[in-house]
Every structure is written in C-alpha cells, then in structure tokens.
Ligand binder design. Structure first.
Ligand SMILES: [Zn+2]
Length: 190
C-alpha cells in the first residue's frame, strides 16, 4: 500500500510545479499551514495516480474534525472513502520520551532515535555521513506543546471515526515487532 504524508505531498507538487503546488508554495515556504482545500485537492490528485489503485495509507492528515469532515465529503464525491483508521495508543509520558528523542539527517532525511535507533557515531548519519539535527518540532519543550495541540484538536477524531465504525485500536506500548504485527493485521483487507 502506498504511504502518503502531507509533507511529501506538498514537496512533490511544488517540485513538479503543478497548479496546486504553485498555490501551496507560498504557505509551505513561509512554514505556514497549507489551507485544507489545497491539501485535500492535492490528496485527491495523488489518489488518482495508478499506484494508489489498491488504496493508500494517509499519514499526518486529517488532524482536525474540520479536515476529517471535508476529506470525507471530497472522497465521497469521487466514490472513494476511508476504510480503516489506525489509532496507535501510547501513554503520554512514553509519547514525550519517544518524540523528544528523534534526530533527522540533514542530507538524506534518515530518522534516528537516541533510545531506539541510535546512529553508530553520535551526530552522524549511518547512511550518508550527513549531520544529524533535531527538528524544532522534536525538542522536548515543543513536544509538550505539540501534545497539547494533539489532545485539543486531533484526539476528537478518535470518537469521530469510532462512531463511524472505522477505528482500529492498536496498543502502541508493545515492542516494535508486536505493534507492526497488529498494524499489518489491521490493514489486511480481504
Ligand atoms: Zn543521511
């Protein structure tokens, strides 16, 4: 199944200079939120590509009830819809530790974690030797703020999708292998 993140979606549309990419660029460049209608239009465009014929997995979108309802409406208009929503449930203190330990490679984008996947050499990427840095988003002080925003804006989606019978709860406090297994079982659609 194709994995679609909004970040990649924006970067690809901007790189290819599509009509939507051109509209999204000023927001993206300034680090502002790309308006929902543009994001959804880009998603629909991406979904119409042949590699998504068997479906895809959205990652990082929707994040608000407003986005979820707008996405549902847009998908319905195209005869499409969301089959499953995977909710990976993790206690808050564990979330903090996981999120604030993440480091990215400046050159190739590889992701490391000081607890789960440390690089062989501190501060250097195993793949390309590039410099590792911590995104502003991943610093402990901003992680707390991100979690607050999550509980306010995104957590309501849990009930939204549960009420519609789409939610699959995954216990995210198990080992990587066990979580992976549960995730695979959840998307094993006949
Ligand atoms: Zn790298």
């Amino acid at each position: 199944m194709v994995h679609i993140t909004t970040g990649e979606l924006f970067r690809e549309a901007i790189r290819q200079e599509t009509e939507l990419g051109k509209q999204a660029k000023p927001y993206y460049d300034r680090g502002q939120l790309v308006p929902d209608h543009l994001t959804i239009a880009m998603l629909l465009e991406r979904l119409s590509q042949s590699d998504c014929a068997r479906g895809c997995m959205l990652d990082g979108f929707p994040r608000t009830l407003e986005q979820a309802t707008a996405l549902d409406e847009a998908l319905t208009r195209e005869g499409k819809g969301i089959n499953r929503v995977l909710y990976i449930k993790v206690p808050e203190d564990e979330l903090l530790s996981r999120l604030s330990g993440r480091w990215n490679c400046r050159q190739c984008g590889s992701v490391y974690h000081q607890r789960f996947q440390p690089p062989r050499q501190a501060g250097r990427c195993d793949q390309c030797g590039g410099e590792l840095y911590q995104r502003d988003d991943d610093r402990p002080e901003t992680v707390r703020k991100r979690l607050e925003v999550y509980f306010q804006q995104t957590a309501p989606l849990i009930d939204y999708y549960r009420e519609r019978g789409k939610l699959v709860e995954i216990d995210g406090n198990k080992s990587v292998e066990e979580v992976a297994e549960e995730l695979l079982a959840a998307v094993d659609v006949p």
